[in-house]
Design a protein around this ligand. Structure first.
Ligand SMILES: *Cc1c(COP(=O)(O)O)cnc(C)c1O
Length: 352
């Protein structure tokens, strides 16, 4: 039987997507060729790329609103650099909100390109909350935030209201909840948390914010170059893009983000409900900032650790050890995680 996979990333994908993807590796579109051995310029693959890009904008409700969707490489980690490269003028200033390890890494890269103002941080309490009422400096070009903090299990519920550009790393919660995505000027996300396999990064960018920095940008780092080539400037990660397309189709068939959000809320309510009512467990994140995707918790009685670990492993549960910087446990309950798997974990917690 398939394990209950709570891995933080790479992570669970819908079973039917994995099945279709494996079929395409052997014989894609009845071409008697594998998806991964045909030209990325072939009509069959161009159709995959265009379908995936179009589904992204459709699901985010950004169609015909001046945005482009790109499937790039280098992970969200390269976007830490590409975002300032494309948006920050040499004498400009960027404002960053530091809500975890990934935010801190994005700050480090931005500092290579200009002045960075860290306008709020929850570092002093090991990132267990989201800073509120953040003041945005008038001379900043953009504000950068991390919508969901994969490691610490916190999530922005609302975003700063600003007349500056708003940039967001949505690697671990994109397509998981309804938001007004048009409040963002640039969104990026590594595929491997909620969309597909590792190897491609989704970038959604508002076209008219680009080309304004006065910088010379290397081609591979230039969003305008990728847009002008329809996300095919160089060979794209054909397999990850294909599997992302399948996942986006799966999501659309479920009723899109609206449909999945309901299920995600149910899963999170079930698990947090157990954490709050079972005296053997406690949550790590500040309640009002809790993530719907990564649920972090600890045992209140460490002497139960061995028994708990034995039980969840015996129940076919995988991937709930916490990140080393937080300790305890982290159950990642991304879009593809079924409610039954969350119930299996809750049953083990109840039985401890
Ligand atoms: C995983 C993760 C990253 C890093 O993604 P890579 O694709 O490995 O570079 C960045 N930000 C967030 C929020 C993440 O969860």
């Amino acid at each position: 039987m398939k394990k209950h996979n709570f891995s933080a990333g790479p992570c669970i994908l819908p079973q039917e997507v994995l099945k279709k993807a494996s079929e395409a590796v052997l014989n894609f579109n009845n071409l008697d060729l594998s998806l991964i051995e045909i030209s990325h310029r072939s009509a069959d693959f161009v159709d995959v790329m265009e379908t995936a890009r179009s589904l992204v904008l459709e699901l985010l409700d950004l169609k015909d609103k001046g945005y482009s969707a790109l499937f790039l490489q280098g992970g969200a980690s390269l976007e830490f650099l590409m975002a300032p490269y494309n948006l920050l003028p040499e004498d400009g200033k960027a404002a960053y909100i530091d809500t975890g390890t990934w935010s801190a890494k994005s700050i480090k890269e931005a500092k290579l390109l200009g002045e960075v103002d860290v306008i709020a941080s929850s570092k002093e309490s090991n990132y267990n909350y989201i800073p509120k009422n953040i003041e945005i400096p008038g001379d900043a070009t953009y504000v950068h935030c991390t919508s969901n903090n994969t490691i610490f299990g916190t999530q922005f519920k609302t975003f700063p209201k600003t007349d500056k550009l708003l940039v967001c790393d949505m690697s671990s919660d994109i397509f998981s909840r309804e938001l007004d995505f048009s409040q963002f000027d640039l969104i990026y996300a590594g595929a491997q948390k909620n969309m597909g396999p590792a190897g491609t990064t989704l970038v959604v960018v508002k076209n008219d914010i680009l080309g304004k920095t006065g910088r010379k940008i290397p081609s591979m780092l230039d969003y305008q170059v990728h847009i002008s080539k329809d996300s095919m400037f160089n060979t794209p990660a054909v397999f990850p893009v294909y599997v992302s397309m399948l996942t986006l189709q799966w999501l659309k068939d479920l009723g899109g983000i609206k449909g999945i959000e309901k299920i995600n809320e149910e899963k999170a309510a079930l698990l947090y409900g157990e954490i709050d009512s079972n005296p053997l467990f406690q949550g790590v994140a500040n309640k009002e900032d809790r993530s719907m995707m990564n649920v972090t918790f600890t045992l209140t009685d460490e002497s139960k650790k061995e028994a708990f670990d034995k039980k969840w492993k015996a129940a076919g549960i995988s991937g709930i050890n916490g990140h080393r910087s937080v300790g305890g446990y982290r159950a990642s309950i991304y879009n593809a995680m079924p409610l039954e798997s969350v119930q299996a974990l809750v049953d083990v917690m109840k039985s401890l």
